[in-house]
Design a protein around this ligand. Structure first.
Ligand SMILES: *Cc1c(COP(=O)(O)O)cnc(C)c1O
Length: 386
C-alpha cells in the first residue's frame, strides 16, 4: 500500500538544474563572510552583529546565518519570530533579537521557548515581558528600542526616564541592549543624523552600564561616533550600497543570470513587448531572455520611449533592456554588439559583479533592498561555496 501523500513511483521528481533553467541566482557565501569581516573591522571597539531578516535579505536565512556564524558573528537580528525560530534551529548558541518585538500575549512564551530576545518598543510590551518573567521567576533578556527620529517603532525620552527610574523593571527583566535606528544614514550630511545621535546619547546616559547599538550599514560608515557597542549591518553584508555618495566597498554576493532563448530581427518602427511602450528607432537585433518579474527581477526596470530602463551584461558589453519586463521574459537590444557575439543559449548577467544591483534598482526607481528581498524561488539557486 502506498501512503496517501507518497507520489506514484512513475511520476518524475521535479528537476531543477542548469540545463532546464531560464534564470540562475548564485549566492557567494565567501563574499558574505568577507563583507562581515570588513564591516567588523570598521570599529575597533564595537562588536559586529548581522541583520538577517527577510530570508537573509533574500539570499536564504539559514545559509546567511550559518556562514556569518562561521565568520565570527554571534548576535543576529531578525524582524519576526518565525525568522528567529528558523535561526535558532541552525544556531544553537547565537544571541537572537527579534526587531518587531512582542506581537501579543502568546509571544513571550514562544520567545522564551526558543531563547529569542524581543526588541521592546513600548511600555506595554515591556510590561508583557516583565509579567511573563515574573511568572517564570526568571529575568529574561530583551532589548529596548528608542525612537530618536524615525517615528516608527521605539520609545521616547519620557519612557526612557520612566524605565531607568523604576528599579522594579531591572528586577524582572534583563535589559541586555538599548538601541535606536537611523532614518537618513545613507545621506552622511543629513542634519537628522547628528540630531538622532544627540538624542541617543542622552538616552544612553540613563542606561550607562547597558551595551548600546545604533549603526545599521550606513551608520557604520558615518564613523566611530555612531558605533557604540554593537554594529547592526544588513544590506552591506549582502553587497548592497549603504551610502549613496560613496563608491560601494562591499563584495558582490548575489548574481542573477538568464539565458538567451532567441535572437530576432525587428525592423525600424516596430514596438516590442506589452503596451507597445517602446518602438525601434532602427533595424534592431533583439535578444529574448528567459527571466521576468516572476523571478524577482523588478518590472519597473523595463524601458519605454520616455524612460531608459536597466542594463544587462553580455560578454563584456552593457546591453539595454528594450520594452516592458514581462512575467517570464525580458527583451534586450543587441544591435550595438558585434554580429554573432550573442548566441542562443548564452547566459547573460542581470545583476552581479558587472551590473550593480543598486544600478538596476535605481533605473527602476527603487533600492537594492527591495530587489534582493523580492528574489523569487523560481530561479535556480546555487551557493558558493556549496
Ligand atoms: C533592517 C534594519 C537594520 C539593518 O539596516 P541596513 O540598512 O540593511 O544595514 C538595522 N536595524 C534595524 C532596526 C533594522 O530594521
Amino acid at each position: 500500500m502506498t501512503a496517501p501523500n507518497t507520489p506514484a513511483p512513475s511520476l518524475p521528481l521535479a528537476p531543477n538544474n542548469e540545463a532546464i533553467s531560464g534564470a540562475s541566482l548564485n549566492i557567494n557565501l565567501a563574499a558574505l563572510q568577507d563583507n562581515y569581516t570588513f564591516l567588523a573591522s570598521k570599529s575597533s571597539s564595537a562588536q559586529c552583529a548581522a541583520v538577517i531578516k527577510a530570508d537573509g535579505y533574500g539570499i536564504g536565512l539559514e545559509q546567511a546565518a550559518t556562514s556569518l556564524w562561521d565568520a565570527g558573528c554571534r548576535t543576529f537580528f531578525v524582524a519576526v519570530p518565525q525568522e528567529g525560530i528558523r535561526t535558532r534551529a541552525v544556531l544553537e548558541e547565537a544571541t537572537i533579537y527579534v526587531l518587531n518585538g512582542l506581537f501579543g500575549p502568546d509571544c513571550p512564551a514562544i520567545y522564551a521557548a526558543h531563547e529569542l530576545r524581543p526588541v521592546i518598543g513600548s511600555l506595554a510590551e515591556l510590561e508583557d515581558w516583565q509579567n511573563y518573567c515574573k511568572d517564570q521567576g526568571r529575568a529574561l533578556a530583551c532589548a529596548l528600542h528608542f525612537d530618536t527620529g524615525m517615528n516608527r517603532l521605539g520609545m521616547g525620552m519620557e519612557e526612557a526616564q520612566k524605565i531607568s527610574q523604576n528599579p522594579d523593571h531591572s528586577d524582572w527583566v534583563k535589559i541586555a541592549l538599548i538601541m535606536s535606528h537611523l532614518a537618513c544614514g545613507d545621506e552622511p550630511m543629513h542634519p537628522l543624523n547628528t540630531q538622532q545621535l544627540d538624542r541617543f546619547r542622552a538616552i544612553r546616559a540613563l542606561f550607562a552600564d547597558i551595551p548600546a547599538s545604533f549603526a545599521n550599514s550606513a551608520g557604520i560608515f558615518l564613523g566611530p561616533d555612531y558605533h557604540f557597542d554593537l554594529l547592526r549591518p544588513g544590506i552591506a553584508l549582502y553587497g548592497g550600497q549603504a551610502v549613496g555618495s560613496h563608491p560601494n566597498p562591499m563584495q558582490c554576493v548575489a548574481t542573477m543570470k538568464s539565458r538567451i532563448l532567441d535572437i530576432r530581427y525587428v525592423p525600424q518602427g516596430h514596438s516590442i513587448s506589452y503596451g507597445a511602450a517602446q518602438i525601434t528607432k532602427r533595424d534592431s537585433r533583439i535578444g529574448i531572455l528567459s527571466i521576468g518579474y516572476a523571478d524577482g527581477y523588478i518590472r519597473a526596470g523595463g524601458s519605454t520611449d520616455a524612460h531608459t530602463g536597466a542594463h544587462v551584461w553580455l560578454e563584456g558589453h552593457s546591453v539595454p533592456i528594450f520594452g516592458r519586463v514581462t512575467m517570464d521574459l525580458i527583451m534586450v537590444d543587441l544591435t550595438d554588439l558585434p554580429v554573432g557575439l550573442a548566441k542562443r543559449g548564452m547566459w547573460v548577467e542581470l545583476f552581479g559583479t558587472n551590473i550593480a544591483i543598486d544600478d538596476v534598482a535605481a533605473s527602476a526607481g527603487t533600492i537594492g533592498y527591495e530587489m534582493l528581498t523580492s528574489l523569487s524561488k523560481r530561479a535556480l539557486r546555487s551557493y558558493l561555496p556549496a
